[in-house]
Each structure stands twice: as C-alpha cells, then as structure tokens.
Design a protein around this ligand. Structure first.
Ligand code: G3P
Ligand code: CA
Length: 346
C-alpha cells in the first residue's frame, strides 16, 4: 500500500517536470475575480491587471442590485469587501438573512440601488494574508457587469487579442426567489455586446444546476458546472457533488454543460492525481480547476515554504503539477505568475 502510494507520488512529481508542450495543450488561464492576489477582487483595476498579465479569461462573480443591475461581487453580503460599515447613511440597512441555508448578518446588494452601491468602495478581502493590497482599499467602486464588458472591449482593441469572459451566477435560486433573476439580465447584456454563440469567448458557470439547465435551453454560450469536494448544489437538496462526479453523474452533466469546474482537491488528492480529469474527458466535458493561489495557507503541504502562513510557497511547481494532469483550464488569483510558471516549461 505504502509502496503504491510512493510510486504514485513519484509519477506525479515526474509529470510536473515534463514540458507541457510534450504532453498537451496549455490550459486556458482564467483570472479569478481579476488579478485578485494583487488588487481588491472584482474591481476594474483587478480585471485590467489580469488582462495586462496575459489572462485568457477574466472571472466576474455576479449578484444583483435592488434595481436589477448585475454587479461583480463574490457574495451579496458586502460587509467584508467594501467600506459599507463606514457609511452611517446605510447603518439601517444592516440586517440578518439566511442565504442557501446559511444565516448571516450584514449588508446585502439586493437592498441597495445601483446608485447607492456606487457610493461604496472596495476593500481587500484577505488583509491579513495580503497586507500589501490594503494600499488599494477605498480606491475603486463596485463594478457593474456592463462596465466589465466595456473594459474587455477596450482592452481587446488595445491588445489586439480576444479576452474571454467567465461570469458566475451567485446564489441564482435565491435571487430568482426575490424577483431578481440572473438569466435575462445576463443574456441580454452578453447579447448586446456580441456574445451569443458557442464559439464566442464566454463560459457561464454555476454551483447550482437548475439555472444552467435553463441557460442551456435559452443560449448556445458554453456552460460550466462547478463542483466542490464537499456538499452539493443549493437547488438540489439531497444531491451531492460526489454523486455528480460519478460516470453517470458526468454523463448527466454533459447533457446541459460543456465542462466541469472542480476544486483543486478533486484533481490532486494528497496521494496524487485523481481519475476525475480522465472521467470527465471521457464524458465529453472540459475540466477547469479552481483556485490556484500562491500563499502557503492555500497550497498542499509539499509546496509550502517557510513557516510564515502569509508567505508564498513553491507556486510554480504546484501550477505545473496541476497542468500536467491534463486540465483544460485553471483559475488563479495570480494570472501573471501562472503564465510565468507555464512558460518556463515550454
Ligand atoms: O468559479 C470558480 C471559483 O471561483 C469558485 O469558487 O467561491 O471563488 O466563486 P468561488
Ligand atoms: Ca467564482
């Protein structure tokens, strides 16, 4: 048993040393919440930095305002990533809600008009892990999805290349339940900016299932079913992501999506690469893995360096090990560093 484990680890280390060009096409590079390791996430500054660093796609997580505008935030509760608590005029908006079964207290985008939200400024989500990014606190407003589309259009003209969009519907059932569904606003905006067919550089992603099936019925844009190592989709109580990653589960996903988006732990377990990439490819699905981060606290033990949890580990080796599994895409907070790691083995 131990011998087999060691052999697997040896194979996996060897794979990380083989030039990528010798084994496969390079995975697409998706800037997770922009270059969020270097700028407050989901700001235009974070997206622009990611594009300048060579990201193929930028990733906005999308929630809605009270007046139905799509804005880029990882969650609808904005106390942790904005200066809203410092705005006395919004003190009475602080409230408690249960979202997808999780009770929370704070300020929620659906209780603010866009005009009100625009008076807020973004802040670093992880100030203890990324203290250098605090210098960007309170500089940038919350970005609308339309502003992101305009930024992409301008940067494409500047760079002379296509830049993809990888929007995620956040809490889609919850938002639909309060009369603020994502779908119409999302497809309308994408359509107005010229994104309509499978060949367009867009992937729409969700941890839920129902909204992806509805999107498939309404659009030919590519769809990605997000999955995690634990739990299951909020809109299908009783179904687990583990169920969805069996051969039958992947076959079912292939009826409405073009790929799966698993967490890194589902691709490389402590004992080595899992069989998921091969199983998903056999089902005709792409595999886009999240989220590659440089700091020790986010890295598997063998890639951690030094004792400082704020310090950075051997990120390049982690990136190469992930790429060597044959994944088709990687999400990262540090797109520039991923690009450097992949280029160094070409
Ligand atoms: O969308 C891929 C990855 O971003 C999923 O996790 O929580 O960062 O949106 P999260
Ligand atoms: Ca996301």
């Amino acid at each position: 048993m131990i011998g087999r484990g060691l052999a697997r680890i040896g194979l996996y280390l060897l794979m990380s040393l083989i030039p990528l060009s010798a084994v496969q096409a390079e995975p697409i590079l998706i800037a997770h919440r922009g270059a969020s390791g270097e700028r407050p996430e989901h700001t235009l500054a974070a997206y622009e930095r990611a594009i300048d660093q060579g990201a193929d796609f930028i990733e906005p997580d999308l929630v809605l305002t009270k007046d139905g505008v799509l804005v880029a935030r990882h969650e609808n509760e904005i106390g942790g990533t904005t200066d809203v608590a410092d705005h006395p005029e919004f003190a009475d908006r602080k409230t408690s809600k249960t979202i997808d079964g999780v009770a929370m207290t704070g300020w929620f985008t659906e209780d603010f008009t866009l005009a009100e939200l625009r008076t807020l400024r973004a802040r670093e989500r992880l100030p203890d892990v990324r203290p250098a990014n605090r210098r960007f606190d309170d500089l940038y407003p919350i970005a609308t999805f339309e502003e992101i589309l305009k930024l992409v259009r301008a940067k494409e003209a500047e760079a002379g290349r296509r830049i993809g969009l990888y929007p995620e519907t956040k809490h889609p059932s919850y938002f639909a339940g309060i009369g603020l569904p994502h779908q119409a606003a999302l497809l309308d905006l994408l359509g107005r900016y010229g994104y309509q067919i499978e060949a367009d550089p867009v992937f729409i992603q969700s941890f839920e299932v129902g909204n992806l099936k509805a999107l498939r019925a309404a659009s030919r844009l590519r769809l990605i079913q997000l999955v995690d190592a634990e739990g299951g989709p909020a809109d299908l109580p009783g179904t687990t992501y583990a169920d969805m990653l069996t051969v039958q589960g992947l076959t079912d996903i292939a009826t409405y999506a073009d790929g799966v988006g698993p967490s890194a732990a589902l691709i490389i377990a402590p004992e080595g690469p899992t069989a998921l990439v091969g199983r998903a490819h056999d089902a005709g699905l792409q595999v886009h893995v999240w989220t590659l981060r440089m700091e020790n606290i986010f890295l598997p033990a063998q890639y951690q360096r030094a004792d400082d949890p704020q310090g950075r580990g051997d990120f390049a080796s982690w990136v190469r090990a992930i790429a060597a599994t044959g994944v088709d895409g990687v999400f990262s907070d540090f797109p520039g560093q991923v690009k450097a790691a992949l280029e160094s083995v070409r």
